[in-house]
Design a protein around this ligand. Structure first.
Ligand SMILES: CC(C)(COP(=O)(O)OP(=O)(O)OC[C@H]1O[C@@H](n2cnc3c(N)ncnc32)[C@H](O)[C@@H]1OP(=O)(O)O)[C@@H](O)C(=O)NCCC(=O)NCCS
Length: 181
């Protein structure tokens, strides 16, 4: 069967990929530069050493559209004062600027495909945690700059909700998505 022309393929990221990613840019906004620099520099490698998994998302022609990452962390849940719990965390996610809003068909939108992959991986983590009775994650969490209206809108469309009154790092709000049973 011929694959859909907008189908993306998740490829595990390795350090060697950085050479072909030179010039990868999510845009010029403060937060966009931070995202590109995270992938092209040492931050992604440090995060992977702490257990974060990172994928590139490519077209059938192997053009890199974007990337996503997923790890777990121990947070006070619900933040800021709850007791310690394991959460799933998206440390970083970005799409090359020329692919923002692409393709126009929402069903094949690249951003949705990338998030769909991260959510499916999180659901698998949660399932494994439940079966092992190991207290797997029940929430998928991310932090986003409070002025990054485009990303916040996108996350809300994916079902994430803002946790009111909680800010992390510099001006980053926290959003959560239930992935428990
Ligand atoms: C965040 C990101 C992955 C989203 O991907 P995207 O392809 O741009 O997202 P989409 O176009 O599918 O969805 C964004 C939605 O917000 C809307 N939008 C665009 N600008 C907006 C704004 N300023 N305010 C509110 N909504 C906005 C879009 O119209 C779209 O809605 P629609 O599908 O109903 O038209 C991408 O923009 C990106 O990589 N940004 C730079 C890096 C970044 O910020 N990463 C996130 C770090 S937490």
């Amino acid at each position: 069967m011929t694959p859909h022309p907008y189908q993306l393929y998740a490829v595990p990221f390795t350090e060697a990929d950085q050479a072909r990613l030179v010039g990868f840019s999510c845009g010029d906004a403060l937060w966009s530069r931070h995202v590109s620099e995270w992938l092209l520099g040492s931050d992604v490698l440090d995060s992977m050493k702490r257990g974060t998994r990172v994928w590139l998302f490519e077209t059938a022609e192997k053009e890199v559209v974007g990337f996503g990452s997923l790890g777990t962390s121990r947070w006070n849940w619900p933040p800021p004062d709850g007791s310690k719990a394991t959460i799933a965390l998206i440390p970083m996610l970005g799409i090359a600027e020329r692919f923002h809003g692409q393709p126009p068909d929402p069903e094949w939108r690249y951003s949705r495909q990338i998030m769909g992959h991260l959510i499916a991986e999180t659901q698998e983590l949660a399932r494994v945690g439940r079966e092992a009775k190991a207290g797997g994650p029940e929430w998928l969490v991310l932090m986003v700059h409070r002025d990054n209206a485009r990303a916040i809108q996108f996350y809300e469309q994916c079902g994430f909700e803002l946790i009111p009154g909680v800010e992390r790092r510099n001006n980053h709000v926290v959003m959560k998505l239930w992935i428990g049973e």
